[in-house]
Write a new protein. Structure first.
Length: 95
């Protein structure tokens, strides 16, 4: 068939257990048939803009990295705050 199919490649990276000779494998995927060539191929859920708007307002309001001089620490605080924000939203949506 002329249609491309996904292919998988296993590459040994690091010995995980040298005694038993096990290797950590990375599975790479080539999905040529699912490549995106134009914006119309991207399905954006209709609720996503409101979710992002609410999230952005909450970040500005809360300012989770306020006063942090170290940019890597500030970034980590923002990531952790974001994780907690979306966990809370998920819990609210389930109740």
């Amino acid at each position: 068939s002329s249609r491309l199919r996904p292919s998988f490649v296993a590459v040994p990276i690091l010995p995980v257990d040298a005694v038993q000779g096990r290797f950590l494998l990375i599975m790479g995927t080539i999905m040529d048939e699912n490549r995106i060539f134009c914006a119309e191929q991207i399905n954006v859920p209709p609720e996503l803009p409101d979710i992002l708007k609410d999230f952005t307002k909450a970040v500005i309001r809360e300012n989770p990295a306020a006063g942090e001089a170290d940019t890597s620490v500030a970034r980590m605080k923002l990531f952790q705050w974001s994780r907690d924000y979306f966990k809370k939203k998920l819990a609210e949506s389930k109740s």
